[in-house]
Design a protein around this ligand. Structure first.
Ligand SMILES: *Cc1c(COP(=O)(O)O)cnc(C)c1O
Length: 396
């Protein structure tokens, strides 16, 4: 297809999945409407039970969003800086500056102090070495241990949970996984969401398990943590109108739970297809002679740690002249996106954390070089070829 016009390839096309599962999805929504059980009814219980079974984790607690799931997980583990618990002070949580904003804002919302550490440039995930250094620095500066580590399984690949488990044990910290992009991902064969003390999932419509609106979920092996999350998502009530703690209204909507139960049946096949598409991209980029192990000389393909089973929530390359490439692709109507263009330590709203440009060079470099290409189970092989051809023309 050397000089011919290329067909457009959208970054995402939800209508394909919707058309394929329309009958089932609508039937599930109608069932909730017919029963009029809109708040925490059987649809929610059923989704929580099947999600827990699918993730091989003891407890799953649905909530209003992934952002709320992060906050609920921290609050359920009593990490943060709860008022009235002055002796605990403001607790520190180590996490990555190269993530979606909610990773850090949820720590602030829980009353904690985000302590940032740089990423591993190969996987884009929080570096365990940098985390160990940040823990030491925090200890030297404040005399306190950090309360929690929050690794993000970015783009659908688990962070180095071997190293984080060791660090957490050494320092008496808990682990909260930000698994918002990683439903079905595994580390040493164990599922994301069951690797730490608690985990947060997002079912935002672009995620690999998607609601028809906002929804999220906390998972944990610990019964007491699950019970606290359940209590906190409904105004801190164990008994109706008796409020043991100041919780919040963060219930998962029953209609969303019903839609999620349908889509849960397809998520594993969807993840397998995502891996297949990732392999097709790698093959096509290699065949086109575009691949390098340094972004100064070519495209750097995503790296998968041998201990990880990647679900390719995103397929993210490093690209020379990234912004020009992106404009070129846009002119061909080929979708692409930058997750994320400004690391969290440089966000205006987080200036009070006291970081500056240069503090996390791997994150800053990634923000300038990463480009996410179309990937979703319904993407066709010929569309993958079109994306690669569009990129080949740019560098030709
Ligand atoms: C999507 C996402 C969130 C937030 O989830 P919402 O459901 O949009 O609130 C948090 N962390 C990461 C890494 C995400 O990708």
């Amino acid at each position: 297809m050397s000089d011919s016009a290329l067909s457009p390839v959208p970054l995402l096309d939800f209508s394909r999945e919707y058309q394929a599962h329309r009958e089932e999805l609508l039937a599930a929504l109608i069932e909730v409407a017919d029963t009029q059980r809109f708040i925490l009814g059987p649809a929610v219980q059923q989704f929580e039970a099947s999600a827990a079974a699918s993730l091989e984790v003891e407890h799953a607690v649905g909530c209003a969003s992934g952002t709320d799931a992060l906050w609920l997980a921290l609050a359920a583990l009593e990490v943060g800086g709860e008022e009235g618990v002055a002796e605990r002070g403001q607790q520190a949580v180590v996490t990555t500056p190269f993530s979606f904003f909610a990773t850090v804002s949820s720590i602030l919302r829980a009353g904690g102090v985000p302590v940032l550490a740089d990423i591993d440039p190969l996987t884009f995930n929080l570096s365990a070495t940098a985390t160990a250094e940040a823990i030491e620095r925090h200890h030297t500066a404040s005399g306190a241990q950090v309360a929690a580590i929050m690794p993000v399984h970015l783009y659908g690949q688990c962070a180095d949970m071997d190293a984080f488990t060791t660090l957490a044990t050494q320092h008496g910290a808990v682990i909260v996984e930000d698994a918002a992009q990683a439903f079905g991902a595994k580390w040493n064969g164990v599922q994301a969401g069951s690797l730490g003390d608690a985990a947060a999932f997002s079912f935002y419509p672009t995620k690999n398990l998607a609601a028809m609106g906002d929804a999220g979920m906390v998972t944990t092996h610990d019964a007491a943590t699950a019970e606290r999350a359940t209590m906190l998502r409904a105004h801190g009530m164990r008994k109706r109108y008796f409020h043991d703690e100041v919780g919040w209204n963060s219930r998962i909507d029953s209609l969303q739970a019903a839609a999620l139960s349908v889509r849960l049946r397809y998520v594993e096949a969807g993840n397998a297809r995502r891996r297949e598409i990732a392999a097709l991209y790698a093959e096509a980029f290699t065949a086109a002679g575009l691949v390098s192990d340094s972004v100064t000389t070519g495209i750097v393909l995503p790296y998968t740690d041998p201990r990880a089973e990647h679900v390719f929530h995103q397929y993210v390359i490093r690209a020379p002249r990234r912004d020009d490439l992106r404009a070129h692709l846009a002119s061909l109507q080929i979708g692409s996106e930058v997750y994320y263009p400004l690391p969290l330590h440089l966000q205006e709203s987080l200036a009070s954390l006291g970081y500056k440009r240069g503090d996390f060079p791997h994150s800053e470099k990634a923000a300038e070089e990463v480009l996410a290409l179309p990937i979703y189970p319904e993407l066709r092989d010929d569309e993958v070829a079109t994306v690669v051809e569009g990129i080949r023309r740019f560098y030709a």
